[in-house]
Write a protein that binds this ligand. Structure first.
Ligand code: 5GP
Ligand code: ZN
Length: 113
């Protein structure tokens, strides 16, 4: 079953990619919920945080956090930003390839949802 985000990593599906290296791809969300809304994903297919069962998978997720920080600094998000990752149906996960939402550019309410 081809995965939407695997296709974006492979550049088989168009996306506004803002960063890519051997571990991580970051691209603009198709339906932005904030002035900055970027999705940061491991290139390797993992379903969610619930899939982080070994060191390789955990490292892939950690690489996403590294890239989140780099993007935030490069974009001067000095007022703050939020990282969100939805896990499973109740949390509203709709794409089943691990992704971190980087949201910024407006005051974000708390708690979410
Ligand atoms: P989730 O609901 O799984 O946490 O987040 C999935 C996100 O992926 C949503 O914010 C949705 O707007 C975004 N999305 C879904 N399909 C595409 C797509 O084809 N391209 C891009 N750039 N974003 C997508
Ligand atoms: Zn995938």
């Amino acid at each position: 079953m081809p995965c939407l985000f695997c296709k974006i990593v492979a550049r088989e599906l168009p996306a506004e990619i803002v960063y890519q290296d051997e571990h991580v791809t970051a691209f603009k969300d198709l339906h932005p919920r904030a002035p900055t809304h970027i999705l940061i994903i491991p290139n390797a297919h993992l379903v969610s945080v619930d899939d982080l069962a070994d060191e390789v998978a955990v490292n892939a997720a950690a690489q996403c956090l590294r890239v989140a920080r780099e993007i935030a600094r490069a974009r001067g998000l000095t007022n703050g930003y939020r990282l969100v990752t939805n896990i499973g149906a109740d949390a509203g996960q709709s794409v089943f390839h691990l992704h971190f939402h980087l949201l910024a550019g407006r005051r974000l309410s708390w708690p979410p949802g």
